[in-house]
Design a protein around this ligand. Sequence first.
Ligand code: LLP
Length: 419
Amino acid sequence: MDHFDFCDGVLHAENVPLPAIADAVGTPVYVYSRATLTRHARVFRDALAALPRRHLAFAVKSNPNLSVLKVLAAEGYGADVVSVGELERALAAGMPAADVVFSGVGKTAAEMRRALEVGCGQFNLESEEEGLELAAIARDMGMTATCTLRVNPDVDAGTHGKISTGKAENKFGVPFDRAAAIYTRLAQQHGLLLRGLALHIGSQLASLDPLEAAFTKIGGLMREIRAAGGTVTHMDLGGGVGVPYKAGDVFPSPEAYGAMVARVTADWDATLMFEPGRVITGNTGVLMTQVIRVKPGVAAPFVVVDAAMNDLARPAMYDAWHDFVAVVPSGAQQVANVVGPICESSDTFAIGREIDTLAPGDLAVFRTAGAYGATMANTYNSRPLVPEVMVDGDKWAVVADRIDPATILAAERVPEWLV
Ligand code: LLP
């Protein structure tokens, strides 16, 4: 459910007609709905409310916009970060450092130092080597780093291969069969307080079954470590559930996820930690675009829009589907290909899809673009970096500027010896 609805035939973000934003800011532009963001944050939180001890760390990678983070901070969310850049954003948004979880397979020594310096609440270690390095840095700083060990449960998440993370051949976590031994060794390191296990098997999961299998497996490992005298007080269960991108698709609800977690972890006696991203921010945003022109194609016409794969990379990278609707639909439909202006065929949003009939100058949106949208944007083809707008009731504001190619060009230097 979101707050992008038609009112008098015009698509609105809450109470704001989208053409008003296009007129003022131009296109392409991401538009976020604060009410949708808050709603999803609450739905996910409420779905886990029955768990005795829990910690929610929003996956900043899904949408790192400062205003988005501020809304989530006010809803009591901490942050799951994977770089110092994300860490600084979470702090700038007012999230307490103690509520930040630092994930990621390639934390550098400088990042570890900075995170320790600000009092980062937990590091999710991805290898024994990383644990030893963090221990040495923490000792050097006269500090103790609170950690969990990320385990690779070797479970197939059943999602797109590029966003699967929990199979043995993936780069994430330590191998399941070596995890207990690594845990024991790292728990003895001065400079580390190893307090639990972590996992994350992938994103955009369409079923709860692989999650349940992974949680059951890691629960067994927790018992094994405890039986051998180890301490496990925290269990980080990774990202959230998938979201429907296509009208009519049905995905596991946060409530069903919460019920499954409660059942599987009933006797765990641990603080459960969650790193939801997409389930909170996905429906929070749309990418608004304008049709540049329509050109004939062999099987169907090409609707060329001013958004491209640099603004929304998901279709090009993961063959992802985003519903595409006119901002002011005429009622007529056509079968068309929706493409951007970039000079490669992967700059395609839809092929042979039935869409609202569109003409040059018309506005349209890609829905469910709030997660992994603007955050993955780049300037390929020397295009501007796409701006972001936040709507709240009948108010709206630009929350990230369009960065124009001239600004990017100005950051480049030509050495004197070159010419
Ligand atoms: N925790 C960890 C350790 C992760 O790696 C991720 C996502 C999350 C949490 C959040 O997962 P979520 O709740 O959003 O499913 N760019 C891709 C998605 C990459 C996800 C990477 N990790 C896409 O556009 O589909």
